[in-house]
Design a protein around this ligand. Structure first.
Ligand SMILES: [Zn+2]
Length: 345
């Protein structure tokens, strides 16, 4: 899109900062678009940058825009804001930090009590940096991208490490998908290959998994021994990752030095949870997380177990068309009701 007029944004400063951005996040095409946008879009728009609109104007997807804007925030081209919407008065308030968000808050406008959810009432907006265009007086009035779409990215975890709920505080998420993986028979592998040999293969297996998780728009939350915990915005991305991982590891396991040592057991489940800070890192907590881990626990070697709950649309079912599978209701340890699970063989 071509804007007919320029604006009052500082050209020299913008240009210098774009040059810095190119060094840490080299994507010339996106950064040319960003520079053009910052120097030409109406100031009113630049003070409430909406990635939902921008993805249409620039014809790129959000998965490309979010890392770009997170890196641009680091280079003081834009600033990041959390916009919290109030269902009662339809007003919104803006916060600068994730630590400012609490599980229970009060609307500044109508005093109604708010229970912010990172995938519903909390959104992320960006603004042109005040160094470039001065400080705005007005609050943004728009609907932006859900905060979880920004938070659940690898870029956010790396660049905004200090951004997480206050210790002891928690913020709700209505729906997040969890993928747990673990290596089958790792004790035997350690015996067979020795600690050094096994460690090398475990590390290589992490790299393969991390790449697939990232490729399918997921984020690695942590590793626990040989196990990986990752989160996704939807279960089809998680299932895609699981199916692709199984394919890649079939090849990997044929390698002479690997000798079949990297056979995965995978579990997928989704639901509501809490964003918390654990071991000074952004983490997730709750029954859904626990259940997802238990579902992984019942998977056999090379099997993907996905809860029926996670199959929310025909999209996921279409992914395992042609793959041998069966449905079985299981009693998971510590969970009262039986859970229907689809086992992909
Ligand atoms: Zn209100």
């Amino acid at each position: 899109m071509i804007w007919p007029f320029g604006n009052d944004v500082s050209r020299t400063l913008t240009h210098a900062r774009i040059a810095k951005l190119l060094k840490t996040y080299p994507d010339t095409e996106l950064e040319t678009s960003l520079e053009h946008y910052l120097l030409n879009a109406p100031l009113k728009e630049l003070r409430s940058i909406n990635l939902i609109k921008l993805e249409l104007i620039w014809n790129v997807n959000r998965q490309q825009l979010v890392p770009l804007f997170l890196h641009a925030t680091q280079k003081n081209l834009v600033t990041l804001h959390y916009v919290i919407h109030c269902e009662t008065c339809k007003g919104s308030s803006t916060l600068e930090k994730l630590t400012d968000i609490q599980h229970q808050m009060q609307c500044a406008g109508c005093k109604a009590s708010l229970n912010p959810a990172l995938d519903q009432s909390v959104e992320v907006a960006f603004r042109v940096h005040p160094d470039l265009a001065g400080t705005p007086k007005k609050k943004p009035h728009d609907r932006f991208i859900p905060a979880i779409e920004v938070i659940n990215t690898e870029t956010f975890r790396i660049l905004f490490e200090e951004e997480k709920p206050l210790p002891g505080e928690h913020v709700a998420i209505k729906d997040l998908t969890f993928l747990f993986t673990d290596l089958s028979g790792s004790t035997a592998t350690y015996e067979r290959l020795g600690d050094g040999g096994a460690y090398r293969i475990v590390k290589e297996h992490f790299i393969i998994l991390f790449n697939l998780i990232k490729k399918n728009n997921g984020t690695v939350v942590k590793t626990i021994g040989d196990a990986v915990m990752a989160t996704f915005l939807n279960s089809s991305d998680a299932l895609k990752t699981a199916l692709e991982a199984r394919k890649e590891f079939t090849v990997f396991n044929k390698r002479k030095d690997v000798r079949g040592a990297a056979v995965l057991k995978i579990g997928i489940h989704n639901g509501n949870c809490l964003a918390v800070t654990l071991n000074s890192r952004l983490d997730f907590f709750g029954g859904t997380v626990n259940k997802a881990a238990r579902i992984q626990g019942i998977a056999e070697a090379n099997e993907i177990c996905i809860s029926e709950d996670a199959l929310t649309s025909a999209k996921e079912r279409a992914l395992f068309n042609g793959i041998r599978h069966y449905r079985k209701t299981v009693q998971l340890k510590g969970i009262k009701n039986e859970v229907p699970i689809i086992h992909l063989k």
